[in-house]
Ligand binder design. Structure first.
Ligand code: ADP
Length: 144
């Protein structure tokens, strides 16, 4: 049913990915699918960039890669079934791009409960659900 599962991870919220990852793992095992763990380093506005060290993105990318590799190891998935990817940009945009690039047929992501801020501003999960061409599972933290 699913061959390529994309699991975007927000490294600024450690643990948020756990339920999404266990669902992705169950589905991957049942379907013989592979999982891509994706972390996006948020792009900085031009005005902020001049106050950051020149290697800011590079440092962030290696830090995010290390976090993803730890998550991949802790998941217990065989190495050939899980890969890690780090991108720079707007999270929802890069999630949609990576879904295309990795030919994902399912995106599994944790999602907070809707709140006023996200109602007004939209959220990563909402953008992904709206624009992805593949299936998307948005998991609420409190739900079973
Ligand atoms: P919500 O959509 O629940 O309001 P977010 O917009 O932060 O909250 O989306 C939550 C999900 O979006 C995370 O579980 C993760 O899958 C994805 N996400 C958010 N930020 C990033 C990021 N920097 N890199 C990768 N995925 C992210």
């Amino acid at each position: 049913m699913f061959q390529s599962i994309l699991c975007p991870v927000d490294t600024s919220e450690p643990g948020l990915e756990q339920k999404a990852l266990s669902v992705a793992k169950l589905l991957a095992e049942a379907n013989g699918a592979s999982i891509t763990l994706l972390a996006v380093v948020p792009d900085m506005p031009v005005m902020a960039a001049e106050y950051l060290p020149a290697d800011f993105h590079k440092t962030q990318m290696s830090e995010f890669r290390r976090v993803l590799e730890d998550i991949a190891t802790a998941s217990g998935l065989p190495k050939e079934r899980v890969r890690t990817k780090v991108r720079i940009g707007r999270p929802y945009h890069e999630i949609l791009e990576e879904a295309q690039a990795s030919h994902a047929d399912l995106i599994v992501m944790a999602s907070h409960r809707p709140r006023l801020a996200t109602y007004l501003l939209g959220s990563n999960a909402a953008h992904v659900v709206r624009h992805a061409t593949c299936s998307v599972m948005a998991l609420r933290p409190e739900a079973a």
